[in-house]
Design a protein around this ligand. Sequence first.
Ligand SMILES: *[C@@H]1O[C@H](CO)[C@@H](O)[C@H](O)[C@H]1NC(C)=O
Ligand SMILES: *[C@@H]1O[C@H](CO)[C@@H](O)[C@H](O)[C@H]1NC(C)=O
Length: 226
Amino acid sequence: MGALSQNTAILLAITICWALTVCDAVVSIPAGPLKSRNCTEHLNSLKDSSGKIAGDETWIPKCDADGTYADTQMKRKSGLKFCVSKDGNILVAPQRSLSACDCPRKRFEKFQTGNFDGYIHRCDTDFTYAVLQFNPLTNATLCLMKEGDVIEAYSGPQIVACKCPRTWYEAKTSPLPDRYTPQCHPDGTFKLIQCHRGRGCWCANSEGEQISKILPETQADRLPCQ
Ligand SMILES: *[C@@H]1O[C@H](CO)[C@@H](O)[C@H](O)[C@H]1NC(C)=O
Ligand SMILES: *[C@@H]1O[C@H](CO)[C@@H](O)[C@H](O)[C@H]1NC(C)=O
């Protein structure tokens, strides 16, 4: 894609993004003209004839095997991480709490290509995937794990909340035996009564927090959950 049409696509994308009100402020779409750099060539340009890089160089780019930029980069002195696109545009400025760059890059690539599949991924404040993603084209809500895996059992137009599904999925896929698995309604909300087999039952609020004493499972019907 030429530079001009690429910029046009991004302007268009930002307009669509506003129209759908699915933008979050966290991940910035680069404002000025996009540059396109080859990471391997960038890295080589920093090396002197003996292959050494000057000690005061603030950023030594990390490249993938195909010569594009790795999504997560690090400032040399501060150790702060930041996110870049494949062609080296900064998507998230250096941060203290940055665990992953998958989501910012996915968002950017959707803007860049203009291919939205109905929606643009929302990222959390730690830049992992936001748990709840809404697709305005299908009116379906998807629940996502931090790494972007879709929780298929809790995705569809009936979903209104995703906290319970994410905790449920974490517990279900955990190697730890006998882990408490929260019970969710089909719409993704927490059931009022939560039970841990062999340990008893209690009342939970809408955030899944325990708000009553624990009774044996056989006495669960005496719990004042509402
Ligand atoms: C980047 O440059 C290297 C060396 O010139 C080349 O081998 C590689 O294919 C290039 N990669 C991309 C994505 O342009
Ligand atoms: C999504 O919901 C809106 C508002 O309720 C409705 O107008 C639209 O037809 C729905 N779209 C689909 C694909 O169901």
